[in-house]
Design a protein around this ligand. Structure first.
Ligand code: G3P
Ligand code: CA
Length: 289
């Protein structure tokens, strides 16, 4: 177990965390937002696979987003849905195992599944990666990782386990913490657990909390990451006006922005990041307003 991953939130760690810069400064007017390849470059390659990481790298995209869950025998794997049905051939390989939930299959069973053939025949044989395999590929490409803890209520202790994998892979050193890692979740409880386990980790709360609740969120979240739906310039300004747990303004990454006109509109609100299945389309849109 990496010591950092299990240390309590001591005053000393808190002080160290305050000194650590957050991943990027909030976007200033006229500055282009960061682009984050959602589930990898998921319009180009099967989502949440190493091929999707490679596709993002091929497009020159620095950030990739993924979704982490846990197998029956305790391995962390990268897959979005609670069930394996949509993105693998699990129903053919294990026909009697409905509803084919990730948590009901062992890592060895999941390793047998084809996670690419549903997307395109050329990706047949692509596998569901373990978190370890995934972060190694992201590291190989010198990319940055927006890691989502998905369905944490199904996986008690997944926060500590995720931090252990990240620590074992060298992702909790100062270099990664300063600019290459954000952990996000829709669950405030899960994100608070991550922050308490290691206050130096940059964290993002998925969703759109009310403006009046932003100060509470800012106790444990460095970013607020809402859907583009019902987003407004006033909301972005309210997020930026709130100081996060490291004493700096909260930032805001918005999802899922795949359309050129939408990308220009949301970027104009001053958001810090656009999470997109189509980073090439969004980049082109922002380059030619
Ligand atoms: O990163 C934001 C986005 O991933 C949240 O929604 O369902 O794609 O995990 P979802
Ligand atoms: Ca996600």
């Amino acid at each position: 177990m990496h010591a950092r991953a299990v240390a309590p939130a001591t005053a000393l760690l808190g002080a160290v965390a305050l000194l650590l810069p957050v991943v990027d400064a909030p976007a200033a007017a006229g500055v282009r937002p960061a682009l984050i390849a959602h589930r990898g470059a998921s319009a180009r390659a099967p989502e949440n696979t190493l091929a999707a990481v490679d596709a993002a790298a091929g497009l020159g995209v620095a950030w990739v987003e993924n979704d982490v869950q846990r197998t029956k025998d305790g391995e962390l794997v990268v897959v979005h849905d609670e069930s394996l049905s949509r993105t693998t051939d699990v129903e053919e390989v294990f026909p009697g195992r409905s509803p084919w939930k990730v948590k009901d299959f062992t890592a060895a069973e999941i390793a047998r599944l084809d996670a690419g053939g549903w997307f395109a025949p050329s990706y047949a044989g692509t596998r569901v990666p373990t978190l370890t395999q995934y972060v190694r590929r992201v590291e190989r490409h010198h990319q940055k990782l927006l890691l989502e803890i998905k369905n944490p209520e199904l996986y008690p202790g997944i926060e500590q386990q995720t931090l252990k994998v990240l620590g074992d892979e060298g992702w909790l050193d100062r270099r990664h913490l300063r600019g290459r890692l954000i952990v996000q979740s829709f669950s405030a409880d899960s994100l608070r657990a991550v922050h308490d386990l290691d206050p130096a980790v940059t964290t993002g709360l998925l969703g759109r909390p009310a403006v009046k609740d932003l100060p509470d969120c800012a106790r444990f979240a460095d970013l607020v990451n809402p859907s583009h739906v019902s987003l407004s310039p006033d909301y972005v300004a309210a997020v930026h006006a709130t100081a996060g747990p490291h004493g700096r303004p909260l930032r805001i990454f918005v999802w899922t922005v795949d359309d050129a006109a939408l990308a220009r509109s949301v970027a104009g609100y001053g958001v810090d990041g656009l999470i997109t299945d189509k980073p090439d389309v969004v980049r082109q849109a922002l380059a030619s307003p």
